[in-house]
Design a protein around this ligand. Structure first.
Ligand code: GAL
Length: 414
């Protein structure tokens, strides 16, 4: 007990908190793959070294849909966890319910508003209060390519749609599954983010952010769906329901040529001991260079009793510390959610991710990811998922999909 009282953490800003005996944080999250668990462990270890007990509540399922269902049940029962991994509009939706906590005490003393990009503050704050601590910035317009498979397909990383198709064709000829993919709605939507963006940043903004009916049901959208159908032709027959990390494993093992996935995929390559540039290559989805569709994992804090309030603030403070943002994101595959963290500890893909993010932010080409809840609230996102997945599975053609996309969004917006 005395030991716990002595475990005082002094923060860079001079802010100090100490764990009281038996303080704990219960954390709901969906980080259950190898790479994700390794990253989460960095946070868990940090808190445990400060005397805070970590109560784990993992809910498997990439993209977090199942986790959000589990959260609803806990909040409805009047027993929310201390902290919950959450994305974008879901955070705002919970804030509107009046159940989230207030991190103002730490955020103010530590000057979060000076170092967290505005695009993230828009979601981490509600009604002028900090309600969530952003732990990273991921982005969805990446492609992860097996280096040997790329070399066997000519060795040049594709920079345009036509070059991408040429590489995929070559990989097919070489007898591997060109595109490793898992048939789950959120994974289909993750590719869709990149495909829409590859047809122009104005188009992405009009369709995914502004939800403009004229962009949703347009010739360009039909072209986006044609591209999706083309990509589907490079996926193997067993893709239905496959988890994203198993698709990453196919690329790691060389059975698959590439995966179009957010940079959490890098966490899997690293966990398998692979190195960027040697074993795998990271590129922006061809045609989207310069632009970024982001999603930031945030730990949204719920109202907790006095017994655990201190631990909750310690967790938030730990998450926001520059050292932690570096050590966590190096493992996770993402980049820091603060603008003042050096890139020294990051590998080449991480350095590129940080540079791309800063450039996209200043050129106005940084957009919220539709697939990961940063473009529109869940009702609209789910309506989009449904159409994208039915089209990917060949149930509707591209023209019909564009029409249904506009109709589904209109219905979801009410
Ligand atoms: C995303 C999340 C990532 C990663 C991925 C797959 O929504 O932001 O951190 O966990 O799902 O599970």
């Amino acid at each position: 007990m005395l030991r716990k009282f002595l475990l005082t953490t002094v923060f860079a800003s001079g802010f100090a908190l100490a764990a009281n005996a038996a303080e704990q944080v219960e954390v709901l999250h969906w980080w259950t793959s190898g790479g994700e668990a390794a990253a989460l462990d960095v946070l868990k270890q940090k808190l445990e070294s400060q005397g805070v007990t970590w109560k784990d509540m993992p809910v498997a399922g990439g993209g977090g849909e199942q986790a959000m269902t589990a959260l609803r049940a806990r909040v409805t029962a009047g027993d929310p966890p201390t902290a919950v991994q959450a994305l974008g509009f879901d955070i705002t939706d919970w804030a509107k319910q009046g159940v989230v906590g207030d991190l103002g005490d730490v955020a103010g003393k530590e000057g979060w508003d000076k170092v967290v990009p505005t695009a993230l503050q828009n979601f981490a704050m509600y009604d002028g209060k900090w309600i969530a601590a952003p732990v990273n910035v991921h982005s969805t317009n990446w492609v992860w390519i097996n280096k040997k498979a790329l070399d066997a397909a000519g060795g040049k990383a594709p920079e345009s749609w036509d070059e991408l198709i040429a590489v995929l064709d070559k990989m097919k000829e070489n007898g591997i599954t060109p595109l490793a993919h898992g048939g789950q709605a959120w994974q289909d939507a993750t590719i869709f983010d990149a495909v829409v963006l590859s047809l122009g940043t104005d188009f992405y903004k009009a369709a995914m952010i502004d939800l403009d009916p004229a962009a949703l049901n347009s010739d360009k959208m039909k072209e986006a769906f044609d591209r999706m159908a083309k990509l589907r032709s490079y996926v193997d027959d067993n893709f239905s329901g496959r988890d994203w990390n198993l698709a990453s494993a196919m690329v790691i093992e060389g059975k698959g040529g590439m995966q179009m996935m957010g940079d959490w995929a890098k966490g899997e390559f690293l966990k398998a001991g692979q190195k960027p540039g040697e074993d795998f290559v990271c590129i922006r989805f061809p045609g989207t260079q310069g632009a970024v569709t982001f999603n930031s994992d945030m730990f949204m804090m719920f109202k907790v009793g006095d017994a655990n309030k201190n631990a909750q603030l310690m967790m938030a403070s730990d998450i926001m510390s520059p050292d932690f943002q570096s050590s966590f994101n190096v493992v996770k595959g993402s980049v820091p959610a603060r603008t003042d963290v050096p890139d020294a500890a990051f590998d080449d893909c991480g350095k590129k991710g940080m540079k791309d993010l800063a450039e996209a932010n200043s050129s106005g080409e940084l957009f919220g990811s539709m697939a990961h809840g940063y473009a529109a609230p869940a009702a609209v996102k789910n309506a989009l998922y449904d159409v994208v997945t039915r089209h990917f599975n060949g149930e509707i053609d591209s023209a019909e999909a564009a029409k249904q996309l506009a109709d589904a969004v209109a219905a979801a917006r009410g």
